[in-house]
Design a protein around this ligand. Sequence first.
Ligand code: LLP
Length: 424
Amino acid sequence: MTTQNLPGQPQLAYRGNELFTESMRLRDLAKQHGTPLFVYSKASMLSALASYQRGFAGRKVQICYAMKANPALGVIQVFAQAGCGFDIVSAGDMDRVLAAGGKAEKIIFSGVGKTRFEMRRALEAGIGCFNVESEAELEVLSEVALSLGLRAPVSLRVNPNVDPKTHPYISTGLKSSKFGVAHERVVQTYQRAAELAGVRVVGIDCHIGSQITQEAPYLDAVDRMLDLVEAIEAAGIPIHHLDFGGGLGIDYNGETPPGADQLWKKMLAKLDARGFGQRQLMIEPGRSLVGNAGVCLTEVIYLKPGEQKNFCIIDAAMNDLPRPAMYQAYHQIVPLTPRPDAPKQWDVVGPVCESGDWIGHDRTLAVQSGDLLAVLSAGAYCMSMASNYNSRARAAEVLVDGSHAHLIRRRETIVEQMQQELLL
Ligand code: LLP
């Protein structure tokens, strides 16, 4: 049997005429669990993590998986067992990490709008660090910690004002962005932190954006961060850890982001040159750990050829795969069992009542109704952003480990969807 790997998709291969993830035939999973179905490869997640680990060999680093990319308990478990920490953005995220066996002291808490309730919960659990995003938040955190007789470990998220050259909705390190403490105010905000009895300065962090495919913005951010660290330390405030955030892009459609190992070798050379190479380091990768480890399996419901467009209507929709509608994002779409017929151009769309409900425009496919397709690079920011729009059930999720498939989330039922609601 011939094996044909898919470019940029380490866990996927056609064996003969069938698409496999690791040793599992995807058609079998679709038949067993129905569609739409998300399927993740554990080996692919661990190999993405290994690339970071190679890049950091011999250094002090804590890799905190940014779980907003994919917060499934089964996925968290994989990273917790591999020794990762977690970057969270809500108390709900924290509860997921703790439920899946992650350690509180390896949690860092990001986000511009942490509530007092969330701060209390995180302090009581003993998380490792709050990534504070504003002066107002710093004051409130100090107050909350004092009310519990504690000191909150803090890092300030600084806004380095570099352009990550990605989609505007996922650029976060520009001056115009709501994130982080403005570069000019960083030193004085650290001075304020040093005065507050309820906080303890432990680090500094930045995160400049997501789906970054070039090295230059990262290297610029390092320089700007280190300039700040030097200024803060010159003001008498020691900085224990340096956190460079996440953001490394993946190959959706032929993009060529640097490998995590290559990028970090360059970043570390820069840190070494400026005398910071032996500091405690942290990073918060999300997409690059899980994005290409996942696919969404879907069935073609109807074909609707037309004068101007041919529509291929599938059973997955913008509620399952929101990235095309939100960011005009591209996901490859491939058949689970390729047909020998001549291909045609199709707009691949979902059943939701919106013209924005498209998954791929102008795709060249040989398809028939009833065929199974895989939407690729669906491991990050798909299920985590899924909704019940049009009363659609959220999909089931399966995690493949070699020849074993674990169901990690059952398909939602309509009873579960209505459970929180009350009749008049
Ligand atoms: N750290 C912080 C503070 C973040 O805000 C994010 C992502 C990450 C780490 C992880 O970034 P990553 O390594 O995954 O790029 N929904 C969008 C992506 C939003 C990213 C939000 N922040 C999408 O589907 O492209």
